[in-house]
Design a protein around this ligand. Structure first.
Ligand SMILES: [Zn+2]
Length: 214
């Protein structure tokens, strides 16, 4: 299982820091037990059309003996492109500003890739809309009513939840899509229909922690 943490670093800075980057050490999402760092792996992310290699640490729970990957919030599960890129395309298309083709061209990603993101977002839109709208209210934000079109509703709900979260320490600088990735455990546009923000129980997502100065 992956844990997404609200990493505030630019992708380049995170990539350059490698294993020396600052990482939080949350408790086990299953049993709340203490976890220790347990190796890790490298993977690629694509930002502004260029691939970067990043280090993803693993944490292991001493009680469950299960390991969890600790993903920075700019990563989405099983996607090469960073959350900001995916979010920009989804925001433009689902928001009705333009079609997939110009949004893909602006983001520098293949048309079919962008189309896949938008399709998946639309397929999950009713669930995402409900989840983020509830979260907005819980965080003291405004209640939004479902729009006629599910994609627009989901987009508005992400915006409302982020606006509410931005009033709390640390979230504003992360931006809406890293926030959405953090809250959904990186599963914003996966096929998995489990509502990830319910899995972690009482604590829905990890609060941002300022990284120590390098
Ligand atoms: Zn555990």
């Amino acid at each position: 299982m992956a844990i997404v943490w609200p990493c505030p670093l630019p992708v380049d800075a995170y990539a350059a820091a490698g294993r020396q980057a600052w990482f939080p050490r949350p408790d086990c999402p299953s049993c709340a037990g203490r976890m220790v760092f347990w190796s890790g792996y490298r993977r690629h992310v694509r930002v502004a059309g260029r691939c970067r290699k990043i280090f993803v640490p693993r944490l292991r729970c001493g009680r469950c003996r299960v390991t969890h990957a600790l993903l920075p919030a700019f990563v989405l599960a099983w996607r090469l492109d960073v959350a900001e890129t995916v979010g920009a395309v989804i925001g433009q298309v689902a928001g009705g500003a333009c079609g997939v083709r110009p949004a893909a061209a602006r983001a520098g990603v293949p048309y079919t890739t962008a189309r896949g993101w938008v399709r998946r977002f639309r397929a999950r839109a009713p669930e995402l809309g409900a989840g983020f709208a509830a979260l907005a209210v819980e965080l003291g934000g405004e209640a939004i009513r479902p729009a006629a079109e599910a994609g627009r509703f989901a987009l508005a709900a992400v915006g409302a939840a982020f606006a509410a979260a931005a009033g709390l320490p640390g979230w504003l600088g992360l931006g809406a899509w890293r926030f959405a990735s953090s809250v959904s455990g990186g599963r914003l546009i996966t096929a998995n229909i489990t509502s990830p923000w319910l899995i972690t129980g009482r604590q829905r997502f990890m609060p941002p922690v300022p990284p120590l100065p390098a």
